[in-house]
Design a protein around this ligand. Structure first.
Ligand code: PGA
Length: 253
């Protein structure tokens, strides 16, 4: 069985001090655990401090974005090389909030995925439909298209890993998650898209599918039973230690 992964997306929340305190608590509670993989994605400015806290523990660090060039005149950007230097292992790419507010395109997502893999970072590729697209019955088409574009020209060799996060936009931060059976349908589409791109052994061993969108302690166990699901991308509930603890404890057990 693949190891379940719990990715905390802190987004633009908490102060520097609050992030340090929460990271310390997470390390105390989960730092020795090896059954479940925990990845914390704070804002860029907290990565260095958190890397120090998580040193010598099993908690991993992720960034919420990355630029596709390694170095140069790109004001305001952070490169995969810099992330690697501070012991970051994962990068969230193409989150719907970046697509919506920062005009991130499928082409940019694709370049970022390539840049991550070239630099030994694991991309967490976010895909998902809007409410309007769901109501038009276009969810499968949208997700298939986004994933295809994200993976264009991307090869996976040896132990290179990918995480694909299915995040229906209308379920993010709304307290209204998708029905697990509806998630199942889209995960099947995602899996088939992956099988069209890669050999089955790579799909089974190197790629994990996760769900994000209002994951809470009271729904995580139901999602754990969904075929091919291997983890969660948790936003709001990852900011509260008891909620995050419950989710990690109750899921995939
Ligand atoms: P949420 O966010 O858990 O607050 O819905 C999930 C995400 O955006 O990754």
């Amino acid at each position: 069985m693949v190891k379940p992964i719990f990715i905390a997306n802190w987004k633009m929340n908490l102060t520097l001090k609050e992030r340090v305190a929460l990271a310390q608590q997470i390390k105390d509670d989960w730092g020795k655990n090896t059954d479940k993989e925990i990845v914390i994605c704070p804002p860029f400015i907290s990565l260095v401090q958190l890397a120090e806290i998580f040193k010598n523990s099993h908690i991993k660090l992720g960034a919420q974005d990355v630029f596709w060039e390694e170095t140069g005149a790109y004001t305001g950007e952070i490169s995969p090389l810099i992330l690697k230097e501070i012991d970051c292992q994962y990068v969230i790419i193409g989150h719907s909030e970046r697509r919506q507010y920062l005009a991130e395109t499928d082409e940019m997502v694709n370049k970022k995925v390539a840049a991550c893999l070239d630099n030994g970072l694991t991309p967490i590729i976010c895909v998902g439909e809007s409410l309007e697209q769901r109501q038009r019955n276009d969810s499968a088409t949208v997700v298939h298209w986004q994933l295809n574009r994200a993976l264009e020209g991307i090869e996976l060799v040896d132990n290179e890993q990918l995480v694909i996060a299915y995040e229906p936009i209308w379920a993010i931060g709304t307290g209204r998650p998708i029905e697990p059976s509806d998630a199942q349908e889209i995960l099947q589409v995602i899996r088939q898209t992956l099988i069209d791109h890669y050999p089955l052994t790579i799909v089974n061993n190197n790629i994990r599918l996760i769900y994000g969108g209002s994951v809470e302690p009271d729904n995580c166990a139901d999602f754990s039973a969904v075929d091919y699901l291997a983890g969660f991308l948790v936003g709001g509930a990852s900011l509260k230690m008891e909620l995050f603890n419950q989710i990690v404890k109750l899921s995939f057990s």
